[in-house]
Design a binder for this molecule. Structure first.
Ligand SMILES: Nc1ncnc2c1ncn2[C@@H]1O[C@H](COP(=O)(O)OP(=O)(O)OP(=O)(O)O)[C@@H](O)[C@H]1O
Ligand SMILES: [Mg+2]
Length: 251
């Protein structure tokens, strides 16, 4: 179980310090899928980075299965079983795909990299011996990075907008892969996403805005609110067209 209590992050920028995250308290259980969503710039990636240790927490604390990890480095947290697939994966790694996967898998060395590449929608034989470099497309890199996270046996798996740059066919495969990961492992899965298909995987939806958690809700309630907004929007359009009554809108 991952627990955040009153977590805040203040970063030092060129124009002085900026408070990126504030007062975040969350209890995230094993074997559950949490989907974090919210407006651009709301703080989702920063929260993922605070969990991974890329951003140092300046307030509050984080525990994993009761162990305080607040002051641990990225490497130490990775060793404890936290993994993060970046929103924009790094380029120029210069490793062959299969070596990168082996390195990522670490002690879980019996990794079947062919199946993992297939799970993220890549034809394994075209990729295993390819070098990870600037010739790879954004979507290819993104999928290889997601596969490298899937290769590890993790306690907390964080995926930052896994759908970004991924084609519709591979996206379908990817949602099935997240569901399968949830079935076969006890990991706490946290997916940052704006996609309804991913939101439908969620046991809980965490809304992050203005640097904090503004709501924790169910996918049914969250998607219901979205459709309310849609109908409000339809009503507004109808109202502008002065046929609000015909549209069944009283607002
Ligand atoms: N190292 C940093 N220094 C200064 N400001 C930062 C830093 N990292 C993030 N921010 C700011 O914190 C805010 C939240 O950024 P973050 O990347 O977490 O948003 P996000 O919710 O992931 O957005 P998106 O949906 O666009 O990916 C933004 O205003 C961003 O500019
Ligand atoms: Mg982000």
């Amino acid at each position: 179980m991952l627990k955040l209590s009153g977590v805040g992050v203040t970063a030092e920028g060129e124009n002085g310090s900026v408070r990126i995250l504030r007062d975040i308290s969350l209890t995230l259980e094993n074997k559950k899928i949490y989907v974090m969503t919210g407006p651009n710039g709301g703080g989702k990636s920063s929260l993922a980075k605070a969990i991974m240790g890329i951003y140092q927490t300046t307030e509050g604390n984080i525990t994993l299965d009761g162990t305080d990890i607040t002051d641990l480095s990225i490497t130490e947290r990775a060793q404890l079983g936290i993994g993060y697939a970046f929103q924009s994966p790094a380029r120029f790694k210069g490793l062959k795909v299969k070596d990168f996967m082996k390195l990522a898998a670490g002690k879980s060395s019996k990794v079947d990299h062919c199946s993992l590449l297939y799970d993220v929608g890549l034809c394994a034989q075209d990729y295993v011996n390819r070098e990870i470099n600037a010739s790879m497309s954004g979507g290819e890199l993104k999928r290889i990075e997601i596969a490298s996270i899937l290769a590890r046996s993790l306690k907390v798996a964080l995926f930052d907008e896994p759908e970004a740059g991924i084609d519709l066919w591979s996206f379908q495969r990817l949602t099935d892969t997240f569901r399968a990961l949830n079935e076969k492992s006890d990991a706490t899965i946290i997916i940052i996403s704006h996609q309804e298909r991913i939101l439908r995987l969620a046991d809980e939806v965490i809304l992050v805005s203005n640097g904090t958690v503004s709501e924790i809700t169910t996918q049914e309630k969250f998607l219901g609110t979205l459709s309310d907004d849609e109908s409000a929007c339809r009503c507004r359009v109808a109202c502008i067209r002065e046929d609000a009554v015909d549209a069944g809108c009283n607002r």
